[in-house]
Design a protein around this ligand. Structure first.
Ligand code: PNW
Length: 472
């Protein structure tokens, strides 16, 4: 079903495809107690015994807060033209609401200046999960949405002269489902109703921030980074095709449909009834048309079925967030493909299908792949710098992304590899490595891996083809 006609201007004029890399504040900055930063729910979560695989936390991470110049030199060497990072709300407003911390603002001023001096366009995300502890009740409370909009305005005022692409929220699905449903992410709640309530306030937070942005007359565009894995029907039956579609609506549609129509996907409303909050008529107006572009964070693909496959299927976080009762979709991993140590199957064609689904459903809006990447293979590697599997992953996934653009006319504007550096991988601590560059809290040296070179080559080849008119 098509929900919207094209709303945005086409990417006419000389083509600019953004090649980038992505990170987030809590995962790389460290310096959690420096210069007046407040506490976040992830500082609290890490302090709870048994929550993080290796007992790690964000205290040192990659020490990017002090080494950001070096990291920008590496971005430059990589040849990217865009860098997606996140701004730490507790650095800017330590208590979540109220006083602004000038030292926090200064850090991002220095970061932005350095990026721009190196010809790299900043793509800041305003919220990548590090909610200030001071926002009591977290995303269960509507006031948190208002606090977010006030924080967003501080950022627009401080950085809007240099930022032309803003991203409001990162992966609200993860915040809602993993944070409030499964409890594996901060704030660690486990409740079948809470994800929908938290998700509702996250959407309102997005809407209120976008209203601040548009009313403030700042230049540039604003969008959101929603995550979704592809769901392929297990068989060609109508029931399995419906199941796959339903799963996509519960995943990407949950946080994207409201930005186009002011409503949740119809299948969610039908299945959840009163458990899914309603938007008031003014909230519908607030949300409708509130994304200038869509971000997609994409990692893997699973088969979807209307009935349990032999063996039971997957109901875990990497699947449908354990919300099997709500969706009645059973997931199973594709056979015979490589898997990473996150347990995620490597299925490059899933990215192309995913992009086509988004383009079709939302009327071909501008899309950025705001995250795509892999941790090391499940079989392990002997030398952390010899990451051949990551090189093939990037080759294959970028090929599919570009095919979606050239063959299927998806309005794809850019691709950001996750992640620039090995970093604090949330519940997995420092035990999962997505980086193009090796870095650990014990050895803060930056050591580019083989995949760093491979990605550099991919970008360079694209540029050469572009000059020769070979990219369609
Ligand atoms: C994303 N899942 O997280 C985040 O945006 C990054 O901060 C993170 O490092 C990266 O992907 C790799 O994990 C996810 O369980 C975490 O489905 C969990 C899931 C998906 C994305």
């Amino acid at each position: 079903m098509r929900l919207a006609e094209t709303t945005a201007k086409k990417n006419d004029g000389p083509e600019r495809f953004v090649w980038g890399a992505a990170t987030s504040a809590f995962q790389i900055e460290g310096a959690t107690a420096a210069d007046g930063r407040g506490r976040s729910i992830w500082d609290d979560f890490c302090a709870r015994p048994g929550r993080i695989l290796d007992g790690g936390d964000g205290a040192i991470a990659c020490d990017h807060y002090r080494r950001y110049r070096k990291d920008i030199r590496l971005l430059k060497e990589l040849g990217v033209t865009g860098y997606r990072f996140s701004i730490s709300w507790p650095r800017i407003i330590p208590d979540g609401v109220g006083n602004v911390n000038p030292a926090g603002v200064d850090f991002y001023n220095r970061l932005l200046d350095e990026l721009i001096a190196n010809g790299i366009e900043p793509f800041p995300t305003l919220y990548h999960w590090d909610l200030p502890t001071g926002c009591r009740g977290g995303w269960l409370e509507p006031v948190t949405a208002e606090a977010f909009a006030a924080y967003a305005k501080v950022c627009f005022d401080a950085f809007g002269d240099r930022v032309k692409h803003w991203i409001t929220l990162n992966e609200s699905w993860c915040s809602a489902v993993l944070g409030y449903g499964l409890g594996v992410f901060a704030p660690g709640m486990t409740d079948p109703e809470m994800p929908y309530r938290a998700g509702h306030h996250l959407l309102l937070a997005h809407g209120l921030a976008v209203r601040e942005f548009r009313n403030g007359g700042y230049a540039g565009e604003i969008g959101i980074a929603n995550n979704c894995d592809w769901r392929e029907p297990l068989t060609d039956t109508a029931a399995d095709r419906d199941a796959a579609e339903r799963a996509l609506q519960f995943f990407y549609g949950w946080f994207t449909d409201p930005l186009f129509t002011g409503e949740y996907p119809e299948t969610m409303r039908r299945r959840l009834g009163g458990r899914l909050p309603e938007f008031s008529s003014s909230e519908k107006v607030l949300l409708t048309g509130s994304a200038d572009f869509l971000g997609l964070n994409h990692y893997t693909t699973m088969y979807a079925s209307d009935s349990p496959p032999p063996g039971g299927g997957d109901t875990t976080a990497s699947g449908n967030g354990g919300m099997i009762d709500d969706q009645q979709v059973w997931l199973s991993p594709p056979d015979g493909c490589a898997k990473t140590d996150m347990g995620w199957a490597v299925v490059p064609w899933g990215l192309r299908n995913m992009l086509r689904w988004i383009a079709e459903r939302y009327g071909n809006p501008p899309i950025y792949v705001t995250e795509n990447g892999c941790s090391d293979p499940i079989t392990g590697i002997s030398d952390p710098l010899e990451d051949a599997a990551r090189s093939s992953f990037i080759r294959a996934y970028t090929r599919e992304a570009l095919a979606a653009k050239t063959d299927s006319h998806v309005d794809l504007r850019g691709y950001f590899y996750w992640s620039l550096l090995d970093n604090f991988e949330w519940t997995s601590g420092y035990q999962r490595h997505f980086g193009l560059i090796r870095c650990t809290p014990d050895d803060l040296r930056r050591r580019p891996k083989k995949s760093f070179d491979e990605y550099r080559k991919i970008i360079e080849e694209y540029r050469v083809n572009q000059k020769e008119g070979k990219n369609k």
